[in-house]
Each structure stands twice: as C-alpha cells, then as structure tokens.
Design a protein around this ligand. Structure first.
Ligand code: HL5
Ligand code: SIN
Ligand code: MN
Length: 270
C-alpha cells in the first residue's frame, strides 16, 4: 500500500493522516487478545494509573507478542512510513495506551519530540508515529486531539518537570504546554480529533501538539502507538540510556512482509 499525493500533502501540512479501517475486525481481535496476554506479563514495561491498579500503558509488546512483531512489518503500515520518512526505519518506541473505561486518565498537551530530545538525545524529529485504534474511537472515550499544522512551528516548550508519574517513562504531564501556550496555539491552529472504527490508523508527526481527555465513558480506548525513527538519526543520550522497553535497542532497518501480518500467524492444519 502506498499513500497518494493528496494523503502525503495532508500529512505534511496538517501533521497527521487518518486511514480509516486499514485493518479488518479479525486482525483487531488478534491484536486485542495479544494485549490481554501482554498486559499480564509483570515488569517495568507495565505503567499503572496513578494510585490505582489499572493499566495506563504497556511498552515494547512487539518484543514479546508475534502479532505486534508482524504488525510493525506489515506492508500497509511500513510502506507509508517509509514513504514519509526513509527506506531505512526501525521501531524507536512501541506502546499501548489503555485508557480504561470509567477512569482512564488524560494525556497532557505535549509534543513528543521534546520528550525524546530531552530524555534520549534524539538528534532530529525524524519519526513517524503510527496510532492503531484497538477500539472504536468516538467523542466519548477520550480521543487524541491534534492541533493541525502545529508541527510546523518547532518546539513550543524547552525543559521538563519531574514527577513520580514519570518514573517508568516520561509522562506528558512533565513536558506539557502552559494554558497560555495552548490557548495561543489553538487560536492559530484549531483542534481536531480523528475518530473511527477499531482497525483505523492515524499517522502523526513527532512535533504536532496533542493530548487527550480522561475517559469517563463505559467504553475503553486502547491506542497502540508505534514510533518509527530514521536509522540515520539514532539517539545520543547524554547520560545513561533509558531502559530498552522505552527506547528500543534493535535499530536494524525493518523489511516489509510480503503479506498482511494476519496471514503470517495462521498455522496450517492438515
Ligand atoms: N512516554 C514517552 C516516553 O518516551 C513520551 C511521550 O507520547 C510520548 C511524550 O517516555
Ligand atoms: C500520547 O501522546 O502518547 C498519549 C495519547 C493518548 O493515548 O491519548
Ligand atoms: Mn504523545
């Protein structure tokens, strides 16, 4: 699958692009059950909601679950990323933000590249985020909200704060825009929240301002985010590198599967 020129132009000018129902419902079911499995693996890759036991995010599932190892090499996903970024890309970060029903917390307004420059010394914003909807995303269950075009203005904020919430990863709370910065940017760019059925995919820039509200609905909103980085843009941490579940160490260029990932999972029975 290749993006057409209208789609490429949309991504470049708005900083995001929605591909509705890119994956089918059987594939979504496979990805969900892989998440159920993976969120029960104990370890520092499981981030819980503040003061609770509910899962807020799980990192690096592609290193443990074959469904995700296939998904990141699926031609429907990898080819568009290569088109937008470079032929040689690898997974810099892989996470699933769980946003549980009745209480999944917000993700503060932020730009990803600030986190990655500060925490990992990532030289340039040469990444593409691939967001995969594991649930239907509606106005009710805390969709990601983008400020379209805000990726064109560079980084808004400089430093970071420190809080317990960022023990296992860098929570956007610590790099969030001030209310005034947010208001000015919304004035200029407006807001939009891509919505769609489970299996839809949203590509988005590491510099676009985004965030999402708490989920008070009875519907979970699991969002997988695979971040591809150009292999010519490896992190250069000033101190100790962050753990491998947050910043992946395998920087070999990915090669696309010849078929959708779901076809590689099926075991042939005679
Ligand atoms: N949690 C990520 C990290 O690298 C950073 C955030 O949405 C990406 C800002 O620790
Ligand atoms: C993020 O930016 O990583 C969080 C977005 C979300 O899950 O709503
Ligand atoms: Mn983000």
């Amino acid at each position: 699958m290749r993006l057409n020129q209208v789609q490429v132009d949309h991504y470049r000018s708005n900083g995001f692009l929605l591909l509705e129902s890119l994956l089918d419902q059987r594939e979504v079911a496979a990805l969900r059950s892989a998440f159920e499995r993976d969120s029960r693996v104990p370890g520092p890759q499981v981030v819980t909601e503040e003061g609770g036991k509910e899962v807020r995010a799980v990192y690096s599932s592609h290193q443990r679950q074959p469904e995700y190892a296939g998904l990141i090499r699926d031609p429907r996903v990898l080819h568009p990323v290569q088109q937008l970024l470079s032929d040689d890309v690898y997974i810099y970060q892989f996470k699933i933000n769980a946003k549980p029903a009745f209480g999944g917390d917000k993700w503060a307004w932020h730009q990803d590249y600030l986190a990655w420059r500060l925490a990992d010394g990532l030289p340039a914003p040469r990444q593409v985020n691939v967001g995969v909807f594991l649930d239907d995303v509606t106005e009710f269950n805390g969709p990601v909200i983008f400020l379209p075009g805000s990726q064109q203005g560079g980084l808004v904020r400089e430093g970071r704060a420190d809080s317990a919430r960022s023990d296992q990863h860098l929570d956007p709370d610590d790099i969030s825009l001030t209310p005034q910065q947010l208001a000015e940017h919304v004035d200029r760019h407006g807001m939009t929240s891509p919505k769609g059925p489970a299996g839809s995919v949203v590509l988005f820039s590491p510099e676009i301002v985004h965030g999402s509200a708490p989920n008070m609905s009875p519907f979970t909103r699991r969002l997988l985010i695979a971040t591809y980085n150009d292999t010519a843009n490896l992190p250069r941490p000033s101190g100790e590198a962050r753990p491998a579940h947050v910043v992946c160490r395998d920087t070999e260029p990915l090669r696309a599967l010849p078929v959708p990932f779901s076809q590689t999972l099926e075991t042939v029975t005679a």
